[in-house]
Design a protein around this ligand. Structure first.
Ligand SMILES: *Cc1c(COP(=O)(O)O)cnc(C)c1O
Length: 364
C-alpha cells in the first residue's frame, strides 16, 4: 500500500549557496528544509490527504486542542549520507511503532507504519540535497509529530489531528565533542510517575523537565537526570536520553524499562551491540547510592548518555544541590568511545550493518 502524496513544491527554495552555507556548519534544530509533509486525520474518516508542501507555519485556530491540553506526540530520527552519496536512515520501523504507542497513550490516532516510512521517503525526494556530507557527525534530523487540531475547548480526545514531518540539518548535539558532560540530578522534580506518560514521547514530559533543566544549566550542567517519582532513590533517565554505566568487571548497567522510562532505540541498539560483544548487560533497578558508591570507589568506571540526537555522550560528573559525584577531569571511557565508533560507523555505512538496521531513503 503506497499512498499518493500530493506535491506542491516550494517556489522559493533556499538558493544553493545559502543552503551550502548552512550545511557547512549546522547547529541543532535552527534551520529547516524547503518542504514539510502533512497528513490529516479525522474521526470516522481516518488518515486522508497526504501532501508535501512548502515549509511554513501551521495554520491553527486559537482554540485548537493542542494549544490548551498538550495532546501531542513526536519522534526524532536521522538520515545519514554515505560516502557514495546515498541517503539512509536508522531503524525507522522502530520509530513508527513508538509513534503509534505514544499516540495511543495520548488518545491520538495511530499513523500506519508504512505511511510513516513513506513520509520520510517523500521528504527526501524533494529535500535530499539538505542531507549534509558525512563529516563531523552531520545529519539531517527528522522531526515527525502529531498534534490535536480540533477547534474545541472541551476536555476529551480531539476528533481532528495532523501529522507533520519537518527536517533540520544538524551538527553534534553537544558542542564540546567527546568531552564528558556534567549532569544535574533533579532532586525536587520528577518527569514521570507510575501509569503516567513517561513511556510516551510527548511534549508534556519535556515541558515538565524544563525547570530542572534550567536549574541544571545555571549550575553548569548540560542535561538533567531524573530519579523515580515514588521514592527518589532510583535512577531513571535524562530529560531526553537514556543512561548506561560500565563496571570495572566489564559488565554494563542500565535502568530497566518499567513504564516510566522512554524506550530509546539507541538504548536498544547499544544493548544489542554489547550482547554481540558477549558483554553482560544488566537491565535492572539502579539506585543513586549504588552509582555514588561505585563511582567513588572505582567500581563504576564509565557512564554515558544515549539518544538519537546526542548518539552516545560520555558523562563526567553527576551534580546536585547536595553533592558532586565523579571527577571534574574525567576522560571519555574506553567502552563509551568504542561503542560510539561502532554505532556511528554502522549509521554512516563504514561498519557492516549486521542487524539490518539501515534503511535506504534515496540516492542523490
Ligand atoms: C527520545 C528520547 C530518548 C532517546 O530515544 P532514542 O530512540 O534513542 O532517540 C530518551 N529519553 C527520552 C525522554 C526521549 O524523549
Amino acid at each position: 500500500m503506497s499512498v499518493e502524496f500530493h506535491q506542491s513544491l516550494n517556489q522559493y527554495p533556499l538558493p544553493d549557496v545559502a543552503r551550502e552555507a548552512i550545511l557547512a556548519n549546522p547547529t541543532f534544530g535552527t534551520h529547516f528544509t524547503d518542504h514539510q509533509v502533512a497528513i490529516y486525520w479525522e474521526k470516522g474518516r481516518g488518515w486522508h490527504q497526504a501532501e508535501v508542501i512548502p515549509y511554513g507555519p501551521i495554520q491553527l485556530d486559537p482554540s485548537a486542542a493542542v494549544l490548551h491540553y498538550g495532546q501531542e506526540v513526536f519522534e526524532g530520527i536521522k538520515s545519514y549520507r554515505h560516502e557514495d552519496g546515498s541517503i539512509w536512515t536508522f531503524r525507522p520501523a522502530e520509530n513508527a511503532k513508538r509513534l503509534q504507542k505514544s499516540a495511543k497513550r495520548m488518545a491520538l490516532p495511530e499513523l500506519p507504519e508504512k505511511l510513516f516510512i513513506q513520509s520520510l521517503h517523500e521528504l527526501i525526494k524533494v529535500d535530499g540535497s539538505w542531507v549534509p556530507e558525512p563529516e563531523k557527525e552531520k545529519t539531517l534530523y527528522f522531526r515527525p509529530f502529531i498534534i490535536a487540531a480540533e477547534n474545541y475547548l472541551g476536555v476529551r480526545a480531539a476528533n481532528r489531528a495532523e501529522y507533520r514531518l519537518i527536517a533540520s540539518p544538524v551538527g553534534p548535539y553537544f558542542t564540546g565533542g567527546l568531552k564528558p558532560v556534567k549532569i544535574w540530578i533533579a532532586l525536587g522534580s520528577a518527569r514521570a510517575g507510575r501509569f503516567g506518560t513517561g513511556e510516551a514521547k510527548t511534549g508534556g514530559n519535556y515541558a515538565a523537565s524544563l525547570l530542572a533543566q534550567q536549574e541544571g544549566q545555571d549550575n553548569g550542567c548540560s542535561q538533567v537526570l531524573f530519579l523515580d517519582a515514588e521514592t527518589g532513590e532510583y535512577i531513571e533517565e535524562l530529560g531526553g536520553m537514556n543512561i548506561f554505566f560500565v563496571k570495572k568487571d566489564g559488565s554494563v548497567l542500565t535502568p530497566s524499562l518499567d513504564g516510566t522510562i522512554l524506550r530509546g532505540i539507541t538504548r536498544d541498539s547499544i544493548v544489542t551491540l554489547l550482547e554481540d560483544r558477549n558483554i553482560d548487560v544488566h537491565q535492572r533497578k539502579i539506585t543513586l547510592s549504588e552509582i555514588r558508591e561505585g563511582m567513588n570507589s572505582g567500581e563504576i568506571i564509565e557512564a554515558f548518555a544515549c539518544g538519537t540526537a546526542a548518539v552516545i555522550t560520555p558523562i563526567g560528573q553527576l551534580i546536585s544541590t547536595e553533592e558532586t559525584i565523579g571527577n571534574e577531569n574525567a576522560k571519555p571511557g574506553e567502552l563509551t568511545v568504542s561503542l560510539r565508533e561502532e554505532l556511528t560507523g554502522i549509521q554512516y555505512g563504514r561498519v557492516e550493518d549486521r542487524h539490518g538496521w539501515m534503511h535506504k531513503l534515496g540516492v542523490k
